[in-house]
Design a protein around this ligand. Structure first.
Ligand SMILES: *Cc1c(COP(=O)(O)O)cnc(C)c1O
Length: 424
């Protein structure tokens, strides 16, 4: 589907029925697949032949949806995971092991920060967090002998920092490691990180991709562009024999599919964070309208941001697509068609006023979610980021008074009317 425009890919990519087959992607609600020859089943287990045998490794419904996301991002191969967290975890563990090191932008989703700063550390992988606005020199200085990847979010949740993708990609490549981007907030409708040098893109599909807050899920897309063989000594997992598959070498056997094949054959086999085919089906329905929803999310978010900016009780507003925003220029460069539906703001009354205003909202709900069709708010310092101390909050770009407002696709006048009455 590479020749079609992105709106067409949202609808058509990933699944193409043959003559007389179901028009809509079927849910293959089956853990297993039947074969008539024992020998063929053996070849599947050896990765000598491709085919389905057990849903923990691969399932046709999941693969069709992964193929659509792959096409939207302009990648070479993709896989679904049970959650965004699993996608973040796998994206690193597929190329690093105990004794290794990664570099991350400090403006990260709270769950990713905990995973990389604490859980990965217990597994022997250490992370250095760098200011996303750092100079090239500061970024280059963060690299070590054992650095294996650079990680950042296109638009950070909830700091709304727009990452300078080219700066981070250049530093990663200069040091012979891949650049991994979490593109959850921008979605491929607004930004395709691979076009700016990212090697691997991950998603929490739980957010805009699903779009209706019905399924937790994740995805990993590999561009196929990173040359693992050129940095062979850094990535032995991809470039030396895997004894659990009779000594196959992923890069030699699978070429551009090496990274995703290894993540499926090893990590998914051993850790098992699969997406259920039922959830993949629902995710696919969400993807079919992603392009329509993103446009409306962005339009509504900008209107709410403009309203708040002019309100006497509001101290500050962040919306990367609003002229005057700190990240306006980067947003115009990387996502000129719009950033996302999430904005943040603080009230002159600080943290106490934030909590009071949120409690007064009627249409806009307080929920631990973001980036779905319904407008909602959250106070990260009290909710998603409550494990962080004040300094960690500031480093992650989360001021204690920050309200995260995920602007939905309801009628804009109704959303603004609710905000107006809550600020009275
Ligand atoms: C929500 C989120 C995640 C984690 O995804 P889950 O699907 O909740 O596991 C990762 N990154 C970003 C940017 C997110 O917003």
């Amino acid at each position: 589907m590479t020749d079609f425009r992105i709106e067409t890919k949202c609808i058509q990519s990933g699944y193409e029925p043959g003559n007389g087959e179901p028009r809509v992607l079927p849910i293959y609600q089956s853990t297993t697949f039947r074969y008539t020859s024992s020998e063929q089943m053996g070849r599947l287990f050896d990765l000598e032949e491709s085919g389905y045998f057990y849903t923990r490794l691969q399932n046709p419904t999941n693969d069709a949806v992964a193929a659509k996301i792959c096409d939207l991002e302009g990648g070479a191969a993709a896989m679904l995971t049970s959650s965004g967290q699993a996608a973040s975890f796998y994206s690193i563990m597929n190329l690093a092991q105990a004794g290794d090191h990664i570099i991350c932008s400090s403006a990260l989703y709270g769950g990713t920060y905990n995973l990389y700063a604490h859980t990965l550390k217990k597994m022997g992988v250490e992370a250095t967090f760098v200011d996303p606005d750092c100079t090239e020199e500061e970024l280059n200085n963060a690299f070590r002998e054992n650095t294996k990847a650079v990680f950042g979010e296109t638009i950070a949740n909830p700091a709304l920092v727009v990452l300078d993708l080219e700066k981070f990609a250049a530093a990663a490549h200069k040091h012979g490691v891949p650049f991994i981007v979490d593109n959850t907030f921008a979605t491929p409708i607004n930004c395709r990180p691979i076009e700016w040098g990212a090697d691997i893109v991950i998603h929490s599909t739980t957010k805009y991709m699903d779009g209706h807050a019905s399924c937790v899920g994740g995805a990993i897309v590999d561009s196929g562009n990173f040359d693992w063989e050129a940095h062979k000594e850094k990535f032995p997992g991809l470039t030396t024999p895997d004894e659990t598959y009779h000594g196959i070498v992923y890069t030699q056997k699978f070429g551009k599919l090496a990274y995703i094949t290894k993540a499926t054959a090893q990590l998914m086999r051993d850790l098992g964070s699969i997406q259920s085919p039922q959830n993949a089906f629902l995710l696919n329905l969400g993807l079919e309208t992603l392009h329509l929803r993103m446009a409306r999310h962005c339009e509504n978010a900008l209107a709410v941001a403009e309203y708040l900016k002019n309100h006497e009780k509001v101290a500050w507003v962040s919306c990367p697509s609003m002229p005057g925003d700190k990240y306006y220029d980067l947003a115009q460069k990387y996502m000129p068609g719009g950033s996302c539906g999430v904005i943040t703001f603080g009230l002159k009354g600080g943290r106490a006023a934030a909590v009071e205003m949120m409690d007064k909202l009627k249409l806009v709900a307080i929920v631990t979610h973001v980036a779905d069709a319904r407008s909602c708010v959250l106070h990260p310092a009290s909710h998603t980021h409550r494990q962080m101390n004040e300094q960690e909050l500031m480093e992650a770009g989360v001021q204690p008074d920050l309200i995260r407002f995920s602007v939905g696709i309801e009628n804009i006048n109704d959303i603004i009317a609710d905000v107006r009455q809550a600020l009275l």
